[in-house]
Design a protein around this ligand. Structure first.
Ligand SMILES: NC(=O)c1ccc[n+]([C@@H]2O[C@H](COP(=O)([O-])OP(=O)(O)OC[C@H]3O[C@@H](n4cnc5c(N)ncnc54)[C@H](OP(=O)(O)O)[C@@H]3O)[C@@H](O)[C@H]2O)c1
Length: 255
């Protein structure tokens, strides 16, 4: 726990100010750790939490937000997300989000794991400018969102937040594979690491943010180094070809 706190603080020092959490993570324990990490530094942070779908009724969302605020020891969230779509009507969750905005308890709201049809429903209920973001699975070996979700977000001014940006295994970074070698070679020519190159590739779209989880100080420092990395169009094209995206398929991948 102490290393997680130190890592979050080091991340803030290095400009990694977007902190993502959820009532689900450790049943609230992650929010309590973050409270300790951001103590005295709240204004430096863009703080995001999420309501579980089972709690996302009108009243349930209000109550869940109050509990998250209490655990995070703050008076506001910068963004509050519906973690994934559940059975409560979106109208009710959105009405609660609007009420939380009126009360200054959240500054914006968004969604997570929403496909285009779900995003269309949100926009139809809430109007232009909503949702503020859609947090989805996006990494070099899982580029499904590039087909339709990312274009939708671009068109509607919705930020796309990439979770699990290094993938669910280390396969992409295996320099014994052809794609892994492409990353390694580009990294070497910049004095960078393969993971920094991978992050930079995801961030080539201005509407994309990435939220790698890192509890180790050296990982935080490595990931922050991606901010300074600049890849050429030719390098981006090489990565694009090495990790070619699969054909469109039904359903949005999520973990
Ligand atoms: N909305 C959703 O449904 C959803 C789903 C999944 C995740 N998320 C969000 O996305 C965040 C990231 O998820 P995740 O799946 O990436 O987390 P994760 O798989 O739990 O953790 C990432 C792993 O990568 C390691 N790592 C980080 N930087 C590294 C580096 N530079 N070199 C080598 N290893 C490195 C971390 O190690 P150390 O911890 O030891 O540094 C950790 O083991 C989560 O914390 C959560 O906020 C959202």
């Amino acid at each position: 726990m102490n290393s997680a706190i130190a890592s979050i603080r080091r991340g803030l020092d290095l400009g990694l100010t977007h902190i993502d959490t959820a009532e689900m993570y450790g049943s609230g324990a992650a929010e309590a750790i973050i409270a300790k990490a951001i103590l005295g530094r709240r204004d430096e942070v863009f703080l995001v939490s999420k309501v579980l779908p089972g709690n996302a009724s009108r009243r349930g969302t209000l109550a869940a937000c109050e509990k998250s605020l209490a655990r995070l020891q703050t008076d506001r969230l910068d963004c509050y997300l519906l973690h994934w779509r559940g059975s409560h009507p979106l109208e009710d969750t959105i009405a609660a989000f609007d009420s939380l905005i009126r009360d200054g308890k959240i500054l914006s709201w968004g969604v997570s794991n929403f496909d285009v049809s779900d995003l269309e429903e949100v926009a139809a209920i809430a109007g232009a400018g909503h949702p503020a973001c859609n947090q989805v699975l996006y990494h070099l070996q899982e580029r499904a969102i590039e087909h339709a979700v990312l274009p939708w977000c671009r068109q509607h001014g919705t930020a796309l937040v990439a979770y699990t940006p290094f993938g669910q295994s280390t396969a992409a970074f295996d320099a014994r594979t052809k794609p892994g070698r492409v990353l390694a070679q580009i990294a070497e020519s910049h004095g960078a690491t393969a993971r920094q190159v991978a992050l930079r590739f995801l961030l080539r779209h201005p509407e994309v943010f990435a939220i790698p989880k890192a509890a180790s100080l050296n990982h935080v420092e490595e990931n922050a180094g991606a901010i300074r990395l600049d890849l050429s169009d030719a390098e981006l094209a090489k990565i694009d070809a090495a990790f070619a995206r699969a054909a469109p398929r039904r359903g949005l991948p999520m973990i």
